[in-house]
Write a protein that binds this ligand. Structure first.
Ligand code: CAA
Length: 287
């Protein structure tokens, strides 16, 4: 039986964490958002308030409901503030060691039955869970960018995940209005196992076919029905995030298509990270 969730913690309020926190408060769940500085946490709350205000302006949300939703988000820099959470979703930097450290620090803070989820896109959930005393309660809840708009959440079963924790996360995904799917902890899970090599191929085609990013995007939107072109999509996800995920898949699978194309690695090294830095394949106004 899924357990009842009344309070959720979200650790890391970058693009993904803020999107997940937005989903939680919109689903009327008390949410504690943790960032390393209060300034970063407040920026995330402003971003959430901005998107909810757009809904009010478009007539899909009442003003009072927006205020209530924003009011359900508590900001903190202290992990100890997550003590009363039934579920904590981690969305910090996409690197194994910081995630393992966080899970080890988080475990004694929360109650023995609290479910601990990682939003990792390509790291091993089992390796993250192995940093805890009770890996039965650790699993993956993998949202897609932008989390408030993309319907899917992958519920990832690690080697030692217990059934009740898994079904609790699945039911919570439904409560957030998402379409959850169940999968196992294999490299890239379901969608990224397919999407990452595909996006890598798209980047390699830029050079092979001597096509511009603009034309490649026009091609994939109009010839393959993609809602967004691959260059625009990688800019949205973040060049660094994509490179990290591709490297993680390459490490595990050793398939050449998984390896990040040199062009993307060079962009990441140059700080051209996509929308979040104002420049990737394309230029953006920063907000
Ligand atoms: N958070 C919250 N709300 C947002 C948002 C965000 N990041 N971005 C936009 N919105 C809101 C805005 O208020 C916007 O309305 P306004 O522009 O009027 O303010 C509203 O949503 C609608 O936005 P759009 O008009 O841009 O919506 P759209 O119909 O064009 O669809 C889309 C946008 C859903 C992103 C669509 O383009 C799409 O499906 N793109 C593909 C995205 C995709 O493939 N994502 C997966 C990436 S891979 C990944 O995430 C895996 C990983 O692990 C790295």
């Amino acid at each position: 039986m899924p357990r009842e969730i009344t309070r959720v913690g979200v650790v890391g309020l970058g693009a993904m964490g803020a999107g997940i926190a937005q989903l939680c408060v919109e689903a009327r769940v008390e949410t504690v958002g943790r960032e390393v500085t209060l300034d970063l946490a407040e920026r995330a709350r402003d971003r959430i308030a901005h998107f909810l205000t757009r809904k009010v302006e478009k007539g899909t949300l009442e003003e009072a409901a927006r205020d209530d939703a924003v009011g359900r988000l508590t900001l903190t820099t202290e992990l100890a503030e997550l003590a009363g959470c039934d579920l904590v979703i981690e969305a910090i930097v996409e690197e194994l060691e910081p995630k393992r450290r966080l899970f080890a620090e988080l475990e004694p803070v929360v109650g023995p039955d609290a479910v601990l989820a990682t939003n990792t896109s390509a790291l091993s959930v089992t390796e993250i869970g192995a940093a805890t005393e009770r890996p039965e309660r650790v699993l993956g809840m993998h949202f897609f960018n932008p989390a408030p708009l993309m319907p899917l959440v992958e519920i990832v079963r690690a080697e030692l995940t217990a059934e009740d924790a898994f079904e609790t996360a699945y039911a919570f995904g439904t409560r957030l209005g998402k379409t959850p799917i169940r999968c196992h902890d294999t490299p890239g899970f379901v969608v990224n196992r397919v999407l990452i090599p595909l996006l890598n191929d798209c980047v390699r085609v830029l050079d092979e076919a001597r096509v511009t990013p603009e034309d490649l995007d026009v091609g994939m939107k109009n010839g393959a029905g993609w809602p967004m072109g691959p260059c625009e999509l990688i800019d949205l996800v973040g060049i660094d995030v994509h490179v990290h995920a591709a490297e993680a898949l390459w490490e595990k699978l050793r398939e050449p298509r998984m390896a990040a194309p040199p062009r993307l690695v060079a962009m990441a090294n140059a700080g051209l990270l996509g929308r979040k830095t104002g420049r990737g394949f394309f230029q953006y106004d920063q907000r």
